[in-house]
Design a protein around this ligand. Structure first.
Ligand code: DQA
Length: 145
């Protein structure tokens, strides 16, 4: 019998993204991430999609280290740490698994401090402004590889 290993993708959400569905719904929509994740998993039955969320910078870094040498892809929405965290940028540079930076909102339509990403230069690419669909687009990329 031939056994196929599932492709493994880790989604990592940073600070305040636990409040999706409740927080600033005019910007981020009214769906919770847990509901969206159910849909996403149903759309990609052949992919192992794991989810982690933390509001703590060091915990996000620990998760990158934990999965960053064995998973096929990481989709990361680092929230506001995107714009500030050299430590997360270094963690992305230090691991083997490619990371796609995603944002739900179009950060380029918003305040100027959101236009800068500390992480983008160390990522495979960036997906911005497609609502929750930004995560699905990232998964599509990894599947095509
Ligand atoms: C965000 C954009 C960030 O600027 C903000 O701090 C977030 C969410 C987004 O998904 O649109 O927390 O990453």
């Amino acid at each position: 019998m031939i056994m196929f290993e599932l492709m493994k993708i880790q989604i990592i959400n940073g600070p305040n993204l636990n409040l999706l569905g409740v927080r600033e719904t005019s910007i981020y929509g009214s769906a919770s991430f847990e509901d969206y994740l159910k849909d996403l998993k149903a759309q990609f039955p052949a992919v192992q999609i794991d989810y982690y969320q933390s509001n703590v910078e060091g915990e996000l870094i620990n998760k990158l280290h934990e999965v960053g040498f064995s998973y096929d892809g990481i989709i990361m929405n680092a929230g506001a740490y995107t714009h500030t965290s050299i430590a997360i940028a270094d963690a992305i540079a230090g691991i083997k698994t490619p990371v796609i930076e995603v944002h739900i909102s179009n950060v380029y339509k918003r305040e100027e401090f959101r236009h800068q990403s500390m992480l983008a230069a160390n990522c495979k690419g960036v997906i911005v402004g497609f609502g929750m669909d930004s995560y699905r687009l990232g998964i599509e990329y990894f599947i095509k590889q």
